[in-house]
Design a protein around this ligand. Structure first.
Ligand code: HEC
Length: 100
C-alpha cells in the first residue's frame, strides 16, 4: 500500500513534467540537425529551449558551462563531450550576429 502510494505520487510528478509546453522543433533553424535535436531535448526541460539567436557566438560557451552546472546541481544527466561539441557548434552557427 505504502509502495503503491509512492509510485502514484511519482506518476503524478512525471505526468506534470511532461505537460510542460515544449517548443516545437520547427521553430528552430535547421530543425532536423543533431544540434537542434539536442537543444530541444536537453535544453527544454527546466525552461523552454532558447533559440540560438539568444546569444552571440562567443557567448554560448559561457552559457553552456553554466547550464552544465545547473544540470549537475539538479541531478540531470550532463552533456557528454561530443554532445556539447555538436550543440555548441549548432548554437554558434545560428547565433546572433556579433556586435561590432
Ligand atoms: C537543470 C535545469 C536546466 C537545464 C537542463 C538547462 N537550463 Fe538553462 N537555465 C536554467 C536556470 C535555473 C536558468 C536561470 C539562471 C541562469 O541564467 O543561470 C537558466 C537560464 C538559461 C538562459 C537564460 C540566461 C542567459 O544567460 O541567457 C539560457 C539562454 C539557457 N538557460 C540556455 C540553456 C541551454 C542552451 C541548455 C541546454 C544545454 C539549458 N539552458 C539547459 C536551468 C537549466
Amino acid at each position: 500500500m505504502k509502495v503503491a502510494g509512492v509510485a502514484g505520487v511519482m506518476a503524478m510528478v512525471l505526468a506534470a513534467c511532461s505537460e510542460k509546453p515544449q517548443p516545437v522543433a520547427r521553430d528552430f533553424p535547421d530543425a532536423d540537425s543533431a544540434g537542434a535535436i539536442l537543444l530541444v531535448s536537453r535544453c527544454g526541460t527546466c525552461h523552454v529551449a532558447p533559440l540560438p539567436v539568444a546569444h552571440v557566438a562567443d557567448g554560448w560557451l559561457t552559457v553552456l558551462n553554466r547550464m552544465q552546472m545547473r544540470m549537475r546541481s539538479r541531478g540531470y544527466p550532463l552533456l557528454e563531450k561530443e554532445e556539447q561539441r555538436v550543440l555548441l557548434e549548432y548554437l554558434q552557427v545560428h547565433a546572433a550576429p556579433a556586435v561590432k
